[in-house]
Ligand binder design. Structure first.
Ligand code: RFL
Ligand code: PHB
Length: 388
């Protein structure tokens, strides 16, 4: 088999890249280890920046997102027994859209298949070859048969646990990381929304977040021990924790409902550089991870592949590779800003077991500054909506 661009991974990064390349007349093959049903049902992100929406809309895959996504003009920060609204639109002129990542995945899979895109699910034994030459290749097994694709480029869009990053030449690589020592317990609930907008809550027992999926399905999270197990948490225990962390004395209550999914995720920040070596490039979570507090992960994956698509378009249009050569530098600028913002939100809103009383008071004062200073609220809002 031969193609121009071999893409490993059918997450938002791999699927969107394949679609953007197709719009520029560039052929690609996407290899995905999971099934279509599985990728279309995995619950992850929810918050899309305006820039992400624009890229999806301009690529012709935004119709359902525009019809079904919920535009949010602000969110609440809750701490010290009170809620404070951050007026995103008032402060920045922009808004965010809550539209589930797996719906973006469904829209992209449908668009690729409608255009006869080559999308291979349930592949195994994916391995990269000759990545330091101009004819890299990927071998894999599909439906029991061994196969090999030769390509001009191989793009690793296979997430944090994928095979592309380990296949990068190790010399000159530098990884940056931080583990926070806590996780998020996430639940999906059948109920009406408790709040029209998201609520990020800081509490001495730990962080909590109210988000949403649809008018009848809600997404809530609370800070937990990453080594804890969902079986240790009965529904009653979960609701008690959420009521304690989220409610104030103003009569507002968290809506309870049937909990139909529980999961625990670890929190880490990670950046692996460079994001390219010869004809192998990394995009999205394969190259960087942010803790979900800033809601940036999927947005970064989209902006990475937007840059890569422009570089590949320039290469195939007139044989020039300046944009491809500049990919790591251009992508890292935005990635480090998102790393900074996600680290800041995480540090400000979570309870750290090893924090001294001094550090706890300073954190509380920081939150007060953020909600009482227009300059600090604006900085938070600009970062959240991706205004720069
Ligand atoms: P993905 O989505 O992980 O996709 C990688 C794909 O590669 C496949 N794969 C392989 N395929 C073939 N061969 C192999 N050897 C393979 N190894 C792996 C995998 O099966 C998978 O299908 O990476 P991508 O495309 O870079 O996208 C990144 C985003 O998924 C991620 O950053 C976001 O979900 C992060 N995130 C959020 N981002 C936001 O922008 N806004 C949010 O509100 C937000 N909330 C979140 C989040 C992530 C969360 N979790 C679960 C970590 C909330 C949570 C709880
Ligand atoms: C979500 O809806 O899953 C979500 C929203 C905001 C975040 C993280 C996750 O910061």
């Amino acid at each position: 088999m031969r193609t121009q661009v071999a893409i490993i991974g059918a997450g938002p990064a791999g699927l969107l890249l394949s679609h953007l390349l197709h719009l520029n007349g560039i052929e690609s093959v996407v290899l995905e280890s999971r099934s279509r049903e599985d990728i279309e049902a995995t619950i992850r992100a929810g918050v899309l920046e305006q820039g992400t929406m624009d890229i999806l809309k301009n690529a012709g895959v935004g119709a359902r997102m525009e019809a079904e996504g919920a535009l949010h003009h602000g969110f609440d920060l809750a701490f010290g027994g009170q809620r404070h609204r951050i007026d995103l639109t008032g402060l920045t002129g922009k808004a965010i859209t809550v539209y589930p990542q797996h719906e973006v995945i469904k829209d992209l899979v449908a668009a690729r298949l409608a255009a006869q895109g080559q999308l291979l699910f349930e592949v195994t034994d994916v391995a990269l070859h000759d990545v330091d030459t101009t004819t890299p290749a990927v071998s894999f097994v599909h439906r029991g048969e061994a196969a090999r694709i030769e390509a001009d480029f191989v793009i690793g869009c296979d997430g944090y646990h994928g095979v592309a990053r380990p296949a990068m030449p190790q010399q000159g690589r530098q990884d940056f990381q931080r583990n926070y020592g806590f996780g998020w317990f996430g639940i999906l609930v059948e109920s009406a929304p408790s709040s029209e907008e998201l609520i990020y809550a800081q509490h001495e027992r730990g962080f909590a977040l109210i988000s949403t999926r649809t008018p009848t399905i809600q997404r809530l999270y609370f800070q937990c021990d990453p080594a804890d197990h969902v079986d240790n948490w009965s529904d009653d225990r979960i609701w008690a924790e959420l009521h304690t962390r989220l409610e104030n004395n103003d009569g507002w209550r968290v809506n309870e409902g049937r909990i139909f999914q529980k999961n625990i995720i670890g929190m880490r920040s990670f950046v692996s550089t460079p994001m390219q070596a010869g004809r192998l490039f990394l995009a999205g979570d394969s190259a960087h991870i942010v803790p979900p507090t800033g809601a940036k992960g999927m947005n970064l994956a989209v902006s990475d592949v937007n840059l890569l698509a422009q570089g590949l378009e320039q290469f195939y249009r007139d044989g020039r590779d300046e944009r491809l050569q500049g990919y790591t530098a251009a992508a890292l600028k935005r990635i480090w800003r998102a790393e900074y913002f996600s680290w800041w939100m995480t540090s400000m809103l979570h309870t750290f077991a090893d924090a001294t009383p001094f550090e706890r008071e300073v954190r509380r004062a920081e939150l007060e500054c953020v909600v009482s200073s227009r300059a600090m609220s604006t900085a938070l809002a600009e970062n959240y909506v991706g205004a720069f």
